[in-house]
Ligand binder design. Structure first.
Ligand SMILES: Cc1cc2nc3c(=O)[nH]c(=O)nc-3n(C[C@H](O)[C@H](O)[C@H](O)COP(=O)(O)OP(=O)(O)OC[C@H]3O[C@@H](n4cnc5c(N)ncnc54)[C@H](O)[C@@H]3O)c2cc1C
Length: 471
């Protein structure tokens, strides 16, 4: 049985059907997808949650291909330019930026994003000795030591802070960017390691067209959810139940019984618990209190996605590139914005501009207020930056309250504690964005892995009885 119909739970349920295990997926809300939420409004395709998956983690691409969506995988459109708003100016991100580090020296040396003293400070990394000693540290502290404050404030924080919904001074180096730890261990200098990686990647890619770092689907990420749901529903002995929140997990002899909020009691052989971590912790509180406490120790942040559509001629200065990352000390309500209509084909009718803005934790107070106030704040930012002179044609506000798992320093220890506390109960597999990666590909991979673990345990006849009994 699978609890939670987000991408993790759907991937788990799909994997169980492939293993020939009867499966019941129960979802609390009246729709599948969880944070993956594609909406179509007046000809616009709006992603209220994620808008893409990263290309170098293959699990989402592989799943899309398996489900017959290979032909509708799309990359971002050229030119793939992103700007950084820092000290009141809009500066293009230097070409060849990898994960917060340059992979080409030329664009980094010539970028106006940093002053010469700041570039020289970053260059100190070339001679600094190794610093890490096996203890996790914050990304901010580590990078500030090696590369200086400006690299953190203008690159690392806007890039990573937005994805993980937390300042880099809180985020775990080991959990979020372990490759930077490996760079230091293997090469000592992060810059030398990144430049070497860049050369190797360019040699590998020579002769083939440059790929897109971010991928999506023609019909939005919701089409992956729809395809998963269709595959699950089409499998024998598989059922998806919506508006069916789980209220409790209860010990039943050597098994775990599941009680739904409507009083239905199910006795599956095994449970993949793919609800958001705070819900998972509450459901495990009686059965596995140590695991519940370990899960509760993973903090969650709040964010919002505000999507506004405009007539193109509403912009006095048409926005360039794919979007803007905002340094934390800029007086703007959004932390980043994407020009969806420039970044992806097929998201907006001709003659319009579709903007997707992220409301960061530092503006979280806005999210507590009415939609009108949030929209006015984001519209005001766009007016200041691009001279927008007419109101939006379409608006969508998505609030994600306490929904972003934050991989803070020590995260890997907390995950190890959750795993240690659940080893005695192999019939319960906990999976989801809070543990081994927040991205859609990691959620898919971990959901499928959790399903394979429980499939090995399951006596299919019993699970089938649970499904039939509950129907
Ligand atoms: C604004 C935003 C933008 C993002 N952008 C990207 C991006 O561009 N690329 C990327 O890779 N990732 C992105 N992410 C991260 C990614 O979307 C999520 O980490 C991922 O979708 C989480 O999937 P999940 O299935 O683990 O959890 P969820 O999507 O939270 O699914 C959990 C499900 O469990 C259900 N549930 C809750 N309680 C119960 C209960 N008691 N019983 C039964 N069901 C229950 C919920 O209703 C929900 O459907 C973004 C996230 C957010 C919020």
């Amino acid at each position: 049985m699978v609890v939670g119909g987000g991408i993790t739970g759907l991937a788990a349920a799909y994997e169980l059907t492939l293993a020939g295990v009867p499966v019941l997926l129960v979802e609390a809300s009246d729709r599948l997808g969880g944070k993956v939420w594609t909406k179509r409004v007046e000809g616009f395709l709006i992603e209220a949650g994620p808008d893409s998956f990263i290309s170098y983690r293959p699990a989402a691409t592989e799943l899309a291909r398996e489900l017959g969506l290979g032909g509708s995988i799309i990359g971002t459109t050229e030119p793939r330019r992103v700007f950084i708003r820092a000290r009141g100016a809009m500066v293009p991100m230097p070409d060849g930026m990898g994960l917060v580090l340059p992979t080409r020296i030329g664009p980094f040396v010539t970028t106006p994003l940093f002053s010469w003293p700041q570039k020289l400070r970053a260059g100190l990394d070339l001679i600094l000795p190794r610093r890490l000693d096996g203890e996790d540290v914050s990304i901010g502290a580590f990078l500030r030591h090696r590369l200086g404050r400006a690299m953190v404030d203008r690159l690392a924080d806007p890039l990573l802070g937005g994805i993980y919904g937390a300042p880099v001074d809180d985020l775990s180096l080991f959990a979020v960017v372990p490759q930077l730890r490996d760079y230091e261990r293997e090469h000592r200098s992060l810059l030398l390691a990144s430049l070497a990686q860049g050369r190797a990647a360019r040699a590998r890619a020579s002769g083939s067209p440059a790929g897109s770092l971010f991928l999506s689907l023609e019909g939005g990420l919701g089409s992956l959810v729809d395809a998963l749901a269709a595959a699950i529903r089409g499998a024998p002995d598989a059922e998806i139940r919506l508006s069916a929140p789980v209220a409790a997990l209860e010990r039943e002899g050597s098994r775990t019984a599941v009680r739904l909020a409507d009083g239905t009691r199910l006795e599956p052989d095994a449970v993949v618990l793919a609800a958001p971590a705070p819900v998972a912790a509450a459901l495990l509180a009686d059965e596995l209190p140590v695991a519940a406490a370990a899960i509760r120790a993973i903090p969650h942040g709040t964010t919002g996605v505000v999507t506004l559509a405009y007539a193109a001629d509403a912009f006095a200065r048409p926005p360039e590139g794919h979007g803007v990352l905002v340094a934390a000390d800029e007086p703007l309500a959004f932390g980043a914005c994407t020009f969806t209509s420039s970044k992806w084909a097929g998201r907006a009718p001709a003659g319009t501009v579709l903007v997707r803005a992220f409301v960061p934790e530092r503006s979280a107070a806005l999210l507590g207020g009415p939609d009108d106030a949030i929209v006015a704040a984001i519209h005001g930012d766009l007016r200041r930056l691009f001279g927008v002179r007419a109101g939006p044609l379409v608006r969508d506000v998505a609030r994600w309250t306490d929904a972003m798992p934050r991989y803070t320093v020590g995260h890997l220890g907390r995950v190890a504690a959750v795993e240690a506390a659940t080893t005695g109960r192999p019939e319960i597999a906990v999976a989801g964005a809070a543990f081994h990666g927040v991205g859609v590909p990691e959620c898919v991979a971990r959901g499928r892995a959790a399903a394979r673990r429980v499939a090995a345990l399951v006596g299919s006849g019993v699970e089938a009885a649970a499904v039939a009994g509950a129907a």
